[in-house]
Design a protein around this ligand. Sequence first.
Ligand SMILES: Nc1ncnc2c1ncn2[C@@H]1O[C@H](COP(=O)(O)OP(=O)(O)OP(=O)(O)O)[C@@H](O)[C@H]1O
Length: 328
Amino acid sequence: MTDTVAATAERETGPGPGTVIETRGLTKRYRGGQLAVDGLDLAVPAGSVFGFLGPNGSGKTTTIRMLMGLIAPTSGTAHVLGRPVPTAARTVLPQVGALIEGPALYGFLTGRANLVRFDSADPTADPRTRRARVESALDRVGLAGAAGKKAKAYSLGMKQRLGLAAALLQPRSLLVLDEPTNGLDPQGMREIRSLVRELAAEGTTVFLSSHLLDEIEQVCTHAAVMARGRLVVQGPVSALAAGARGRLTVTTPDPGEAARVLAAHGATGLVTDGDRVSAEAPPGEVELADLNAALVRGGVRVRAFGVERASLEDAFVALTGEGFDVTG
Ligand SMILES: Nc1ncnc2c1ncn2[C@@H]1O[C@H](COP(=O)(O)OP(=O)(O)OP(=O)(O)O)[C@@H](O)[C@H]1O
């Protein structure tokens, strides 16, 4: 209700003060005719870690490229930090750190020398304080020890961190990261995720795309879900997951009987897997204790009984009717 009122007010006055990225009807049709992004209305709140989630090909990179002024939308509008893009891209983008499609590094230069190069390419960067900025960015991403090595000797994770260091040479109000953990090993993923959390704790809004649901659940406060170029849903991660009901799971040596009793009590979506029987969690008015009592009355020996919290994956499946490639 409140959201509707706020959304209406926003529509009349342009982007809200607390919104760092906002799009209206943003659409991109590539020259070949492919409709990559279709009428996208995105609202990224300031201070959020915003996950832009969707399977490969759902339009995430195309959206990010429009937000960064790299390609023009076919129709619709986009505002970044309150300014329209691509029109105001030159004034707004210096405040945005971006890591898109892997950093452009020179393999024959050291990590440090790569950063010096990035910093020198920034006309607003004072050369007298360059060294300090570079060292602080290296330190920030945990590369101070490896700064003297050539970039071609870096692991993928280190290259990704060097790219982030480049994005962090200047203080940024917004970081836009396209699949920042793609191709990284679990350790590399953990490092990037903890860095994202640290940056967010300092007040930087982070917008990151991912096709990994568990990643979004681990680091993001908010998320938008894309499927085939369209926005499926957006909002706080907790609310998205809560939108899907969890699953009731019974562990028992009598799974056949348990399934029969649950079905007799109206349970739907029954799945039996060894000694575990699960079903859609019943609606709120059904008292779980009564269901458990019915199982016991029916002669089912219950080892464990409970409702598992719904995950964002459950929400995605419920919303799109599609499975999700969770492991990448
Ligand atoms: N330059 C292009 N010309 C034509 N079609 C394109 C172009 N770039 C992307 N597409 C198509 O647009 C759709 C959306 O692609 P996009 O790269 O934005 O998705 P994505 O969600 O970022 O996926 P991925 O993670 O695989 O990059 C896909 O069907 C893709 O094939």
